[in-house]
Design a protein around this ligand. Structure first.
Ligand code: FMN
Length: 246
């Protein structure tokens, strides 16, 4: 079973790439919305967590989900794949810590570089760089898929830095600068796709109804009209969605 969280599809693509045939893929956002926190698995089942790195830490919806998670399984094999747009992070250590609180041991974690989706911070790579990143990521994910079949056990260390970064990110990810320009086509995709239920459609326009959000950048990147902006940071910047993601 693989639990995934994604804003723009990289982590979903990574989860699909490493999944075994018929292995269930569970969206953390959807499961949390439906309050589905209890899972019964057969002995020695494998459990994966796939999510993006946010400011060197774990997205808050992922840690919130793990804090409610009840897994009934004897001797599970647990791994994590963290997608990132740049530098290697401390996120795996925080994940190890959160899982340990639920008495779940993390056996293996690694990260895969994919295009950066944080367009409020910096531009996403152009198409030719994206192609190179996808090719390298595809190769790495195929290697990871093989490696995971051996159920490797590698100690995951650290996490203190990620613990510090997470509340800072949560506090700083204000929704106030989000706005929809007149090019908004009122499709409601932003509200439907928001993993945090932070957007509501009012009079055909999105309204951010929470002061902060997971800051997954799904709304701004996935808007079909490119109508969503974030303060003065994003006008003129490219948007990014993984090509296989709806
Ligand atoms: C709020 C935010 C913070 C991010 N911080 C980092 C970071 O610290 N390091 C990094 O390498 N990538 C960072 N990224 C880039 C994402 O981790 C990367 O693009 C990821 O593959 C996106 O996955 P997704 O498409 O599944 O949402 C950040 C993205 C967002 C939205």
């Amino acid at each position: 079973m693989i639990f995934y969280f994604t804003g723009t599809g990289n982590s979903f693509a990574a989860a699909k790439a490493i999944a075994e045939a018929d292995e269930p893929l569970i969206s953390i956002a959807e499961a949390a919305r439906k309050k589905e926190f209890t899972y019964e698995l057969k002995n020695s089942a494998r459990i994966g967590f796939v999510f993006p790195e946010y400011c060197s830490t774990v997205p808050e919806p992922v840690t919130a989900f793990i804090r409610s998670l009840e897994i009934h399984c004897r001797h599970p094999y647990v791994f994590a794949i963290i997608t990132r747009g740049g530098v290697v992070s401390f996120a795996a250590g925080l994940l190890r810590h959160e899982l340990a609180q639920r008495r779940i041991r993390l056996h293996y974690a690694c990260s895969v570089r994919m295009p950066n989706n944080a367009v409020t911070y910096s531009d996403t790579p152009d198409e030719s760089k994206q192609k190179r990143l996808f090719a390298a990521a595809e190769q790495k994910l195929s290697d990871i898929r093989e490696t995971l079949r051996q159920r490797p056990v590698r100690p995951v260390r650290g996490g203190l830095m990620a613990t510090v970064c997470q509340p800072v990110l949560c506090k700083s990810s204000s929704t106030v600068p989000f706005r929809a320009e007149d090019s908004c086509v009122s499709c409601g995709a932003c509200a439907r796709n928001c993993p945090d239920e932070a957007i509501r459609m009012e009079h055909g326009r999105p309204v951010w109804v929470k002061a902060t959000c997971a800051f997954c950048h799904g709304c701004i990147n996935r808007c079909p009209a490119g109508a969503i902006e974030y303060g003065t940071k994003t006008p003129g910047r490219r948007r990014y969605v993984h090509p296989d993601f709806q």
